[in-house]
Design a protein around this ligand. Structure first.
Ligand SMILES: Nc1ncnc2c1ncn2[C@@H]1O[C@H](COP(=O)(O)OP(=O)(O)O)[C@@H](O)[C@H]1O
Length: 215
């Protein structure tokens, strides 16, 4: 049994995954930050290149195989725009970062995204692709959606995730495995109310291949 939870921080490129993860790494020093883009590079998991999107394609099977021992230890903060390939039994919280399209537009332009890569990522955010992937892959109660439009959001979101993590430890280190009260506290400490913060949208295909090399 893990003594610390595994947390995925996901979202369309530019929504603030790394920004949040860096803050979380400071607030939760006993956790290990895993940038999957870095992990792919370090372990040579590139499985080709998507020329149209100017991005690396990862060998996801190998990635899961290599990362499994880390996840089994617990206390991992995972930063990646793909969230649905990790074993459900090893993931405790999935945080989906969301950003208003005008702000995301500026961030992606600033990052130098153009053409298909820019369009695909904007479409992905508008169509809530990653949120849908997360909800399809994991139990609804562990998927939370947080707005990442401002610095204030980063501060508040990070504090909320830290509170959730503390509650997870309390719930999961109790001899009886946690009570109903503590479970409901845990939920309110993390996911409640997140739905109302989302933008309306449609649905579309996934965009699991984008960014990577230019962050
Ligand atoms: N909540 C936020 N408020 C203001 N700027 C943000 C916010 N989140 C991210 N940014 C900025 O947007 C850019 C992309 O953020 P980053 O964390 O690298 O996104 P991701 O890891 O999701 O690709 C960075 O310049 C970062 O400073």
């Amino acid at each position: 049994m893990r003594s610390l939870p595994n947390i995925i921080v996901t979202g369309t490129p530019g929504t603030g995954k790394s920004t949040h993860c860096k803050r979380l790494a400071e607030l939760l020093p006993e956790y290990t930050y895993l940038s999957i883009n870095q992990f792919i590079t370090d372990n040579k998991l590139q499985d080709g290149r998507d020329e149209e999107r100017n991005s690396v394609i990862a060998n996801e099977d190998k990635l899961v195989e290599l990362i499994r021992p880390d996840l089994k230890k617990g206390g991992r903060i995972i930063d990646w725009h793909v969230c649905d390939i990790f074993p459900e039994s090893l993931i405790d919280l999935v945080v989906v970062m969301r950003t208003d399209t005008t702000r995301l537009y500026d961030r992606l332009k600033e990052r130098g995204y153009t053409g298909t890569k820019f369009d695909d990522n904007m479409d992905s955010e508008i169509m809530e692709v990653i949120l849908t992937d997360a909800r399809e892959a994991y139990a609804p109660e562990i998927v939370i959606e947080l707005q990442s439009n401002s610095v204030e959001n980063v501060v508040a979101n990070s504090a909320r995730i830290v509170e959730w993590a503390k509650q997870w430890v309390i719930d999961n280190t109790r001899e009886d495995g946690g009570s109903e009260e503590s479970e409901s506290e845990s939920e309110s400490g993390s996911g409640s109310g997140s739905e109302s913060e989302s933008e309306g949208s449609e649905e579309e295909e996934d965009d699991e291949e984008d960014e990577e090399d230019d962050e």
